[in-house]
Design a protein around this ligand. Sequence first.
Ligand code: SF4
Ligand code: SF4
Length: 156
Amino acid sequence: MKEYEKTGVLSIEDLRLPSEEQLKKGVAVIECVQNIPCNPCVDACPVKAISMRNINDIPVIDYDKCTGCGNCVAVCPGLAIFLVKTKDDTVFISIPYEFLPIPNVGDRVEMLDRRGEKKGKAEVVRVRRAGKTTIVTIKTEKRFAMVVRNIRVKDA
Ligand code: SF4
Ligand code: SF4
């Protein structure tokens, strides 16, 4: 049994990660590893970068095709897709967010890792409403690119 099956928390060893060059371009990182009947991410992708052999399969992304448009982030019911784009020593992480209050551009929010542990504060640089999901983009240090996957707005 894999560790995440016991803890419910993924580690980067469970994921197929993009290269440094692909991260510079900005790509979706899909953190969906369970065989569940779900596939809106596949249909939402305008460039067919996400594939699944059947609806119970795990989605596989072609990072070279991905344009970082964010469509898949907005439709994923599991909030399991993130956009990650690096620039020099900085990373922009776009996170699906369904809590209230929704942060505003310029706010400083608490960054959380996959376990919900605090990783310091980051600036919100973009807030995009997409149906019931809000996609919040934070700007932080590049070392957090594969670490931070949530935010806490209150108490930030
Ligand atoms: S970010 Fe856009 S291009 Fe990339 S996988 Fe998602 S929907 Fe496709
Ligand atoms: S939409 Fe989300 S939960 Fe559903 S298969 Fe795609 S990544 Fe997994």
